[in-house]
Design a protein around this ligand. Structure first.
Ligand code: NAP
Ligand code: ZN
Length: 347
């Protein structure tokens, strides 16, 4: 076992603080990664604060992980010592169900093991990326293209793939109109990706305060959802609406923004249930769907796409002792646009 420094939540109500955790001995297919940077996702906050139900404490979160391979197990073939690599939201799955065989590990029909706060197949509770090092099966380790600067790239491992996957699934590209609701960590990468794919992109944010940024990221249009006229003006407009908002929204208002055959995809994951009137869906043959981050093959494609099209998250680098303050800023939508922890500060 390897003992490493980390930052953990001791309970749902206390601040995160320094601790040490154990990483398992390398199995034949395991890779030991020295973590360089870890992004802060709103899901980390939902998890440690118990928004999605009880978890086991102390808990280390973080599923936007990049670093360098320090050591490989005896049968590892996909990665070698010194490689620049990343780990995202899942770190294991059954490997043999229909979804795993298709490379859709995130939808594993048995258990897609989350990188943190989940029971792994060996019975241990997974501990995430707010730490110095991690041990992960080689199949869940991504290659980070050389041209992507490591200190910026971590948020692609969750925010990036969570937007890239639905954009590809619903064929966003030239001639399609995409709306991104909420321009935080997920949303701002979504704007950049949708633009790079050639779609016409609209941001729907609470206010116009980030309009200049949104346009710089590639948005063609930018509207405030606090203005009721926005919903009248944009009725029936979009082929795809990607909701990245972390809080409960009146989803019915966004269904009305869909064109005939349009799809509203739920990405933001507040704990509250949503309610929907049937007629706006029926009347426009509109769909509503959810989407989870993405399988390993498409995550690799997303990283390669970002390298090719120069898509990079906007990040603010912090030290471990600033994590709690960063959480408060994320909760008040004061994030520009993703906090990334410098893992040197865990030392
Ligand atoms: P984030 O950085 O906090 O961004 C969320 C954005 O939502 C905010 O920046 C804000 O954008 C908007 N917002 C926040 N509160 C709002 C409210 N009360 N009403 C209207 N808009 C509000 O969070 P994130 O890291 O992007 O994550 C967003 C959500 O996606 C979280 O629930 C997270 O758990 C979930 N998530 C899901 C997946 C998946 O696989 N589906 C993956 C990762 C994360 P504006 O200021 O522009 O309005
Ligand atoms: Zn995430």
């Amino acid at each position: 076992m390897l003992t490493v420094n980390a930052y953990a939540a001791p309970s749902a109500t206390e601040p995160l603080g320094p601790t040490t955790i154990q990483r398992r001995d390398l199995g034949p297919h395991d890779v030991l990664i020295d973590i360089a940077y870890a992004g802060i996702c709103h899901s980390d906050i939902h998890t440690v604060r118990g928004h999605w139900g009880p978890i086991t404490y102390p808990q280390v979160v973080g599923h936007e992980i990049v670093g360098f391979v320090r050591e490989i197990g005896s049968e590892v073939t996909k990665h070698t010592v010194g490689d620049r690599v990343g780990v995202g939201c899942e770190s294991n799955s059954c490997g043999h169900c229909e979804q795993c065989r298709k490379g859709e590990e995130v939808y594993c029909l048995n258990t897609a093991v989350q990188t943190y706060a989940a029971e792994d197949y060996d019975g241990t509770i997974t501990q995430g990326g707010y730490s110095q090092a991690i041990v992960v099966n080689e199949n869940f380790v991504l290659r980070v293209p050389e041209s992507l600067p490591l200190e910026k790239v971590a948020p692609l491992l969750c925010a990036g793939i969570t937007l890239y996957s639905p954009l590809k699934h619903w064929n966003a590209g030239p001639g399609t109109k995409v709306a991104v609701v909420g321009m935080g960590g997920l949303g701002h990468v979504g704007v950049k990706l949708a633009h790079a794919l050639g779609a016409e992109v609209t941001v729907l944010s609470q206010s116009l305060s980030k309009e200049e940024d949104g346009k710089r990221f590639g948005a063609d249009h930018y509207y405030a959802t606090s203005d009721p006229e926005t919903f009248e003006k944009l009725a029936g407009e979009f082929d795809l609406v990607l909701n990245t908002v972390s809080a409960k929204l009146d989803i019915a208002r966004y269904v009305n923004l869909l064109a005939v055959d349009g799809t509203l995809v739920l990405l933001g994951a507040p704990s509250e249930n949503i309610s929907l009137p049937a007629m706006p869906l029926i009347g426009g043959r509109r769909s509503i769907s959810g989407s989870a981050n993405g399988g390993i093959p498409i995550t690799q494609k997303m990283l390669d796409f970002c390298a090719e099209h120069d898509v990079l998250p906007e990040t603010e680098l912090i030290d471990a002792d600033q994590i709690n303050e960063a959480y408060e800023r994320v909760l008040s939508s004061d994030v520009r646009y993703r906090f990334v922890i410098d893992a040197k500060s865990f030392a």
